[in-house]
Design a protein around this ligand. Structure first.
Ligand SMILES: [Zn+2]
Length: 156
């Protein structure tokens, strides 16, 4: 990991306004989380090249593996309805249902794999916005830096 691959912000207010807006929309999206098993509400928001924001929330299932993370709900929805629109940035937030405050979270490994797939497909970087465990906000230059030595189509 190289320092130039991401930037650290001590406060959300120091972020680019479009990134700050993305976090706000991800927070709002977490309200639609269907998470009766984990009570862990995740929201994700994507900023597209046309300025549109697409959101998603985690969707659980009694058959646990059938559920889907908020990031992939938003990514797959976007790829389905706007397949030619570039994804510029993705923000993820999470909170426990009983809490009023959000807690630091970053995309899981499977979601990182999916973000990288779309980054390669569109041949342009997807910035990932997340909160580090100490509360700082991180903005990466691309998704691939979150998944070094990743498996991709070149592996097939
Ligand atoms: Zn995930």
């Amino acid at each position: 990991m190289h320092e130039e691959d991401f930037r650290v912000y001590k406060s959300k207010d120091l972020l680019d306004p479009s990134h700050k807006n993305l976090i706000t929309q991800a927070m709002e999206a977490s309200a639609s989380s269907y998470s009766p098993y984990s009570n862990y509400q995740v929201g994700a928001a994507l900023m597209l090249g046309n300025g549109q924001v697409i959101t998603g929330s985690n969707q659980e299932n009694a058959s646990y593996p059938a559920g889907l993370c908020a990031e992939r709900v938003a990514l797959f929805h976007t790829a389905s309805v706007l397949p030619d629109e570039k994804i510029m940035a993705l923000a993820t937030v999470a909170k426990r249902r009983a809490d009023t405050h959000f807690r630091p979270v970053s995309p899981c490994g499977i979601c990182r794999q999916v973000i990288v797939e779309y980054e390669l497909k569109q041949n342009s970087p997807i910035q990932v916005i997340l909160q580090s465990p100490n509360g700082d906000w991180i903005v990466t230059d691309n998704a691939k830096m979150l998944l070094p030595f990743c498996f991709d189509k070149e592996s097939l």
